[in-house]
Design a binder for this molecule. Structure first.
Ligand code: SIN
Length: 281
């Protein structure tokens, strides 16, 4: 029997009684999808799955994305984005964080025309200290805005650009080819969730600026919205246990990884991303 228990007062639920290594029947998957829409994030503890099984489970939610940054793709399963500080050849830690872009608040793939619906992250090796992931409930953050700000945002679009956000996070700029494949895109600053009908704030660190707004004003507004949405009352902290699979809804959440010591601790995560629709207000 599938058991779904809320994980925190903010968002998220833990799902027990499911083995993700086997294909779920339609009824069981329906229960999971329903819980996903209600809780925004689901934790499946103690899952023993291989790459093909993670891909198969993620595909139940929709078509999978192959990331533009090919350096992170799994060699045999390109749908898997490997976030690891362990050198595959030596088995030792590299001493560097594999992707500093994950350390800033973002919603996956907001920099493409059809951003991510869901992301599934599987913790294969997780640190004893640090390396948690924080999640913000962007529907609650929107609901709590004052009416003037809601009016201001109603028609506003933000420009999302992964190259800008990676440079800001301290990563190397993307190659010319990668830039050409992922040019900046505009999305509404507030989007309507297609399944629940709720409105969600849709700005994050991938948003370089507000379209048509003077830069200083845009920077101040984005910083204000970011500070609002990431205040403790909207945030769930996921403390990883090895073999947790966490799947979250990018249409109504944003997330960021927290730092860990990449020389002393091992962190190996496999990520799959499900494509969504174009956001609308
Ligand atoms: C991500 O940003 O998609 C990954 C987050 C993490 O590594 O905790």
């Amino acid at each position: 029997m599938i058991e779904v228990r809320p994980r925190s007062p903010v968002m998220g639920a833990e799902v027990r009684g499911v083995d993700l290594s086997v294909r779920l029947n339609q009824d069981s998957f329906g229960e999971i999808l329903d819980a996903f829409h209600r809780h925004m994030l689901l934790v499946f503890p103690d899952q023993h799955i291989d790459e093909a099984q993670q891909v198969a489970f993620s595909r139940r939610f929709g078509e999978l994305q192959i990331h533009v940054l090919e350096q992170y793709r799994h060699p045999r399963h390109p749908e898997i984005y490997v976030l690891s500080n362990v050198d595959a050849a030596t088995g030792r830690t590299t001493g560097t964080h594999p992707d500093k872009g994950t350390l800033v608040w973002h919603s996956d793939l907001s920099f493409v025309p059809r951003p991510a619906l869901a992301t599934a992250l599987y913790g294969i090796e997780v640190p004893d200290t640090g390396g948690d992931t924080l999640y913000a409930d962007m529907c609650a953050a929107y609901d709590a805005l004052d009416e003037d700000t809601k009016k201001l945002l109603a028609k506003m679009k933000a420009v999302h650009d992964i190259n800008v956000s990676r440079i800001r996070a301290g990563e190397a700029p993307m190659s010319e080819r990668q830039r050409a494949e992922a040019p900046p895109v505009e999305h509404p600053a507030v989007r309507t969730h297609p399944a629940t009908g709720r409105k969600a704030l849709y700005v994050s660190r991938h948003a370089s600026h507000v379209a048509g707004m003077p830069r200083a004003e845009s920077d101040a507004l984005l910083a204000r919205l970011q500070a609002h949405a990431t205040s403790g009352r909207f945030v769930y902290r996921h403390r990883w246990r090895s073999r947790d699979l966490v799947i979250w809804d990018n249409r109504c959440t944003m997330h960021c990884a927290t730092p860990y010591d990449p020389g002393a601790e091992r962190r190996v995560m496999h990520r799959t991303v499900v494509k969504g629709d174009s956001p609308y207000n």
